[in-house]
Design a protein around this ligand. Structure first.
Ligand SMILES: Cc1cc2nc3c(=O)[nH]c(=O)nc-3n(C[C@H](O)[C@H](O)[C@H](O)COP(=O)(O)OP(=O)(O)OC[C@H]3O[C@@H](n4cnc5c(N)ncnc54)[C@H](O)[C@@H]3O)c2cc1C
Length: 425
C-alpha cells in the first residue's frame, strides 16, 4: 500500500515549471498552486495579464490533489438552515454559485482540452439510517420548490437500483454533479496557464509579503524576491508562511481516503451501476466514487486528527473496516493507496473571498472546494480587474475562529460529540 494520493501518483508530471530564481516584476503574483491559484493564473494569463504563481511544494500537491474527486452542485450545509440564517434570496444565490462552479470546471476542461476524465455523474446522498430518509425527503421538498428542479428523491425501496448495499435507506440525487481525475486536472490547469504565459514556480514557499510605497508589493520566497501590483492569496488551509490573518479564520480539519485495487466490471456494475458521487447522511459519514481505472475511492473523517503519514495509516485502517461494513463483498479487498489532507473549514462552512490589507484572497471552501476553488480563480481575476460584484461571497463578514475551536487537542472531543449525535439521531 502506498501512503500517497492516488491522484498525485497517477498524474502526469508538470514539465513547464519556471526555471531559475524568482525575480523581477509581475502585474499579479498568485501565492499557492492549488485549483484556486492555478485557475486564477490561467484566467489572468489568457487575458494577457503578466502573472507569476509561487507554490511552496508541487502543483496541486495539497487539498486539490488529495481530495475525494467529487465536483458537486449544492451548498455544504442544509439549504433550509442556510436560508434561515442568510435569507432565502441569498441562499438561492449561494446554491446557484455551486451550479455555476461546476459549469466553470466543465468550460475550462473543454476550452483548454484538459484530459482529466471529466464526466457528469450526479451526486447521491444516501440515508445511513431509515429516519434519515425523512430528513432527505424534507430537503428534497425545499430544494425542489425553491432552487433546484433537477433533483430526485430515491425511495428506500429503490435503493438497490442505485447502490449494491443493504446498509442504505433511500437517497437524494442531485443530477448535475460531476467527477474527474484531480491530478490530471491540476497538471492540465498548470500546463494551460504556462502555455498562455504564466510563470509557475514550484518549491517556492512565500515567507514574507511587504506593502511598498505606492501600493505595490514585494514578495519574498525561498526561490527569490519579486514585485507585483496585485497579490492573490490562494493558500487553502495552509499553516505555513506569513499569512496568519487568514490562518486565524479557518480550522483545518483532517479527512482521509483509501483506494482499493482495481475491481472487475461485473462487481462494479453490481455495486455502483451508475458510477455516481456518493456521500452518506451521517455527521461523520463517508464519501466514495469509482476511479477512472475501476478502483473504489472511499473517504471520510475516520478519526478527528490532523493528517501525517502515521495518522493517515491509522485512519486507513478505520476506513477499511467501515468500507467492509457497508459493502461486505469488499471485505478483504486489497487497499493500494491511503492518504489524508486538510479541509479548509470556516465556521459557517461558506467560502470567503475578497480583499484584506490590499491582498486579494479566496479560500475556506469547507470540503466543497473542487468546483468552487476553480470557479473562484476565474472570479478573482474579475475582482482584481475591478468587478467586485462578481464575487458571490463579498458581503460575508469573516471574524477569527474562536481560539478553542482551532486547537488540535479539541479535535477528538469534537469527534466524540458528532459520533454521539450519529448514534442518537
Ligand atoms: C481529504 C480531502 C477530501 C476532499 N474532498 C473533496 C471533494 O470530494 N469535493 C470537493 O469539492 N472538495 C473536496 N475537498 C476540498 C477541496 O479539495 C479544496 O477545497 C480545494 O482543493 C481547495 O483548493 P485551494 O487551491 O484553495 O487550496 P489547496 O489545494 O490547499 O492549495 C493551496 C496551495 O497553496 C500552497 N501554499 C500554502 N502556503 C504557501 C506559501 N506560504 N507559499 C507558497 N505556497 C503556499 C500549498 O502548498 C497548496 O498547494 C477535499 C479536501 C480534502 C483535504
Amino acid at each position: 500500500m502506498k501512503l500517497d494520493s492516488y491522484w498525485l501518483d497517477t498524474a502526469p508530471e508538470f514539465r513547464d515549471g519556471a526555471q531559475g530564481p524568482v525575480e523581477g516584476h509581475s502585474d499579479v503574483v498568485v501565492i499557492g498552486g492549488g485549483f484556486t491559484g492555478l485557475s486564477a493564473a490561467l484566467e489572468l494569463a489568457t487575458r494577457r495579464v503578466s502573472v507569476t504563481l509561487l507554490e511552496a511544494g508541487r502543483i496541486a500537491g495539497q487539498a486539490s490533489g488529495r481530495n475525494g474527486g467529487q465536483c458537486n452542485t449544492g451548498v455544504a450545509q442544509d439549504f433550509a438552515a442556510l436560508a434561515a440564517s442568510v435569507g432565502l434570496e441569498q441562499a438561492r444565490g449561494f446554491y446557484r454559485a455551486y451550479e455555476s462552479a461546476v459549469q466553470t470546471v466543465e468550460a475550462i476542461v473543454t476550452q483548454h482540452r484538459i484530459d482529466c476524465d471529466f464526466v457528469r455523474c450526479g451526486k447521491l446522498k444516501l440515508a445511513a439510517k431509515p429516519k434519515h430518509f425523512d430528513k432527505l425527503a424534507r430537503t428534497y421538498e425545499v430544494l425542489h420548490r425553491e432552487v433546484d428542479q433537477d433533483i430526485e428523491l430515491i425511495e428506500p425501496a429503490r435503493t438497490r437500483s442505485e447502490v449494491g448495499s443493504d446498509a442504505f435507506h433511500g437517497g437524494l440525487l442531485q443530477r448535475n454533479g460531476a467527477q474527474m481525475h484531480m491530478g490530471k486536472f491540476g497538471v492540465g490547469l498548470a500546463q494551460s496557464a504556462a502555455r498562455h504565459g504564466a510563470r509557475i514556480f514550484e518549491n517556492a514557499a512565500v515567507t514574507r509579503t511587504k506593502r511598498m510605497d505606492g501600493g505595490r508589493y514585494e514578495i519574498t520566497s525561498t526561490r527569490g524576491v519579486i514585485r507585483a501590483d496585485k497579490v492573490l492569496v490562494a493558500t487553502g488551509p495552509s499553516r505555513q508562511g506569513p499569512l496568519q490573518w487568514f490562518q486565524q479564520r479557518m480550522a483545518p480539519v483532517g479527512s482521509f481516503i483509501v483506494v482499493t485495487e482495481p475491481l472487475s466490471q461485473t462487481r462494479l456494475d453490481a455495486l455502483f451501476p451508475h458510477r455516481r458521487n456518493y456521500v452518506t447522511s451521517l455527521n461523520i459519514g463517508n464519501y466514495f466514487r469509482v476511479t477512472p481505472d475501476n478502483r473504489l475511492l472511499w473517504g471520510g473523517r475516520a478519526r478527528f486528527a490532523m493528517s501525517d503519514p502515521r495518522s493517515d495509516a491509522k485512519s486507513g485502517q478505520v476506513l477499511q473496516a467501515n468500507l467492509a461494513r457497508y459493502f461486505p463483498e469488499l471485505h478483504g479487498t486489497r487497499i493500494d493507496y491511503c492518504w489524508g489532507g486538510l479541509v479548509d473549514m470556516t465556521v459557517d462552512r461558506l467560502p470567503r473571498a475578497g480583499q484584506h490589507d490590499g491582498l486579494y484572497y479566496s479560500m475556506g471552501y469547507s470540503g466543497h472546494g473542487v468546483q468552487m476553488s476553480t470557479h473562484m480563480g476565474r472570479v478573482m481575476a474579475d475582482v482584481m480587474e475591478g468587478r467586485a460584484g462578481a464575487n458571490p461571497w463579498r458581503a460575508l463578514p469573516w471574524p477569527p475562529v474562536p481560539a478553542h475551536a482551532a486547537r488540535r487537542w479539541m479535535l477528538p472531543l469534537v469527534g466524540a460529540y458528532y459520533r454521539i449525535q450519529d448514534i442518537l439521531h
